[in-house]
Design a binder for this molecule. Structure first.
Ligand SMILES: NC(=O)c1ccc[n+]([C@@H]2O[C@H](COP(=O)([O-])OP(=O)(O)OC[C@H]3O[C@@H](n4cnc5c(N)ncnc54)[C@H](O)[C@@H]3O)[C@@H](O)[C@H]2O)c1
Length: 252
């Protein structure tokens, strides 16, 4: 089970040194995939690609700003020219900002949506055309518990709204692309042990932990396991769905 040999797996937001994208890339690579790491941060992509190649895995990196429509089109064309196909898309790139609605500007709102929703849309639209021709594809989007219950960890209402938008986008897309053998699903992580969590003051961190039945943050590997499952051939009858990964902090 969960063999990605000969599959090309494109992961966005994979240039972060302590982020989830790096862990997803390693897990897919371990399972035989050629992984394509994409990020606006070229140095971060280079470092993560080097780490994978040094470990003997197949990996390429691309610098791209996902909010730039022309750059997204070029990215997909370049990957297809180099590798011929894209079997899995992991929409992981995302940004957040801690701010109340009272203090939020329209520019704040636009900036968050530009990456978390519009960038995701631009890339998904392009990759779907590749997947339709292949008559196969798996798409997994990083939503968030914040999009389901309205914040409570960090970020603002614009972040929650953008992550809720991703859930609706994925479900609608599922109706459109199922006939092409493409599935589209979300994971909705709660608090995960990445740099954002590590940078939170201890007192604030404890307050958050107190709201989690499991009494701890999740690990990126625990999100990766669900992402790999949804991206696998085995998850062939699941689409328009989301998996909560939050230690019980939100149940529905
Ligand atoms: N860390 C958590 O606790 C948590 C919880 C729920 C959901 N999430 C979501 O999971 C995803 C990954 O989270 P993370 O903590 O690993 O994040 P991260 O900040 O470590 O990584 C996000 C990456 O996205 C990249 N990025 C930002 N804007 C971009 C753009 N315009 N084009 C291309 N790349 C861009 C950044 O450079 C960064 O490397 C995000 O979508 C986040 O919202 C995270």
């Amino acid at each position: 089970m969960f063999d990605f040999t000969n599959q090309v797996v494109l992961i966005t937001g994979a240039g972060s040194p302590n982020g989830m994208g790096r862990v997803f890339a390693r897990d897919f690579a371990k399972l035989g995939a050629k992984v394509i790491l994409v990020d606006i941060n070229q140095a971060g992509v280079d470092a993560n690609v080097k780490e994978l190649r040094d470990a003997g895995y197949k990996a390429d990196g691309y610098e791209a700003n996902l909010t730039d429509e022309a750059a997204v089109k070029k990215l997909v064309a370049d990957v297809v020219a180099a590798d011929g196909h894209i079997d899995v898309l992991i929409n992981n790139a995302g940004i957040s900002q801690k701010v109340t609605v009272a203090d939020m500007t329209l520019d704040d709102m636009k900036r968050i949506f530009n990456v978390n929703m519009f960038g995701l849309f631009l890339l998904t639209r392009e990759v779907c055309e590749v997947m339709k021709k292949q008559k196969y594809g798996r798409i997994v989007h990083l939503s968030s518990v914040s999009g389901k219950r309205g914040g409570g960890v960090f970020g603002g209402a614009h972040y929650s709204a953008s992550k809720a938008a991703v859930l609706g986008f994925s479900k609608n897309l599922a109706r459109e692309v199922s006939e092409y053998g493409i599935t589209t699903n979300c994971v909705a992580p709660g608090l995960i042990n990445t740099h954002i969590w590590k940078s939170m003051p201890a007192e604030q961190a404890q307050k958050v932990i107190d709201t989690i039945p499991m009494g701890r943050a999740g690990e990126p590997e625990e999100v990766s396991a669900a992402v790999v499952f949804l991206a696998s051939k085995e998850a062939s009858y699941i689409t328009g769905e989301e998996i909560d990964i939050n230690g019980g902090s939100h149940m529905d």
